[in-house]
Design a protein around this ligand. Structure first.
Ligand code: TXA
Ligand code: MG
Length: 344
């Protein structure tokens, strides 16, 4: 299949949205940028085409897709909303939040992997918004990576994973946040975080009277066979390199790295810490804006480490507060839950 490629800078679209909207409406697959990561979009009403998304990604068929809408009230067409949904929408939409709601019959089982709920997301990225509007249908979209690889945070990642498998790619450079949206399920006044993201527990508490974090977020190994969010049971986001987390401060971390024997060692660390590391290949982020920068770069560091032939990749265990909980979740899943203690 020939994959059409549109590199846009935000000022001229050269008809890309008309073309891509038409592709989606007629059952094709288009990758597009969002404020979190790139998505692989398909009409949420087109059951046959949805199966092509699972094929292109090599995604297990029991892992449901999120449906993207242009405006919060468009959820009415596809799901049963509630007052809390609108309070959340008022505060966080458009933006990096996915709310699980009971689905209406027009959403085929293929989208939700047979569940009677659907994840609703209203992205803030202008390209995502425009694509949904021109397609004139809600867009079901998982992240546009091969299943198991890190989510794509720029057009180049998408092209590497999807060229020849999908109809088109809209490339608008790097995704802003760099980790996938916060996924929550809700009752009448409370929320459960199934996947942490840019919208934090503290943010949600401005609207919900109670917010809990699903156990699988910090303990993916305890997700079991039927977690509330099926995606949690799969080892995700992994580089090919063996990835390990180190629980200790920068000084302990750099001495641990410098004592390692072996070749092709990679280290994810801040620029200050990198100065005390001797031989390893460092993937660095600015300490000043640490969490934000690491969220933005984590998946691209994973891909770069693989390109560089790194065999063992190390990073410090992030803390589990605020937006750092999203980092904690992605990193601990990539590391298969193994943590090296700095006390040893
Ligand atoms: O930021 C994002 O959310 C990106 C962009 C493209 O929007 N999308 C994304 O989709 O990360 P995906 O398919 O890679 O991850 C969706 C996650 C999975 O863990 C899935 O199990 C969960 O959301 N999910 C989707 N629908 C669900 C539902 N009805 N109930 C529970 N979990 C659901
Ligand atoms: Mg994904």
């Amino acid at each position: 299949m020939n994959t059409q490629y549109f590199r846009l800078d935000g000022s001229h679209d050269n008809g890309a949205f008309e073309i891509c909207g038409e592709i989606i409406r007629s059952g094709g697959l288009v990758a597009f940028p969002t404020e979190t990561v790139y998505g692989l979009g398909v009409s949420a009403f087109c059951a046959d085409s949805v199966s092509k998304v699972f094929e292109a990604k090599g995604r297990p068929s029991d892992n449901p897709l999120i449906v993207h809408i242009a405006y919060p009230e468009d959820a009415e067409d596809i799901a049963f909303t509630s007052p809390l949904y609108y309070e959340l929408a008022e505060r966080f939409m458009p933006g990096p939040l996915t709310v699980i709601l009971p689905k209406k019959d027009c959403i085929p089982d293929e989208v939700t992997a047979g569940l009677n709920s659907v994840g609703i997301r209203c992205p803030s990225h202008t390209a995502a918004h425009k694509l949904i509007l021109t397609a004139r249908v809600p867009i079901a979209a998982p992240s546009a990576n091969i299943s198991g690889l890190p989510s794509p945070t720029c057009g180049e990642h998408v092209m590497r994973d999807m060229t020849g498998k999908i109809d088109a790619v809209i490339d608008m450079g790097e995704a802003d946040f760099g980790l996938e949206s916060t996924v929550i399920s809700i009752t009448h006044d409370s929320a459960v975080i199934l996947r942490p993201g840019a919208v934090t527990k503290e943010d949600l508490l401005e609207v919900c009277s109670r917010v809990t974090v699903s156990e699988a977020v910090k303990h993916p190994d305890r997700a079991g066979d039927r977690p509330a969010s099926p995606g949690m049971k799969y080892k995700h986001y992994s580089p090919n390199a063996h990835f390990s987390l180190f629980d200790g401060d920068d000084d302990e971390f750099s001495s641990f790295i410098n004592d390692l024997q072996g070749e092709r060692i990679g280290v994810i660390c801040n620029t200050e810490c990198a100065k005390s590391i001797n031989d390893a290949k460092c993937y660095t982020y600015d300490k000043k804006d640490g969490i934000k920068e690491l969220c933005h770069n984590l998946f691209s560091f994973f891909r770069r480490a693989d390109d560089d032939g790194v065999l063992n990749l190390y990073a410090r265990l992030p803390d589990d507060k605020g937006q750092s909980l999203a980092l904690y979740n992605r990193m601990i899943r990539a590391a298969g839950s193994t943590i090296i203690s700095g006390d040893k």
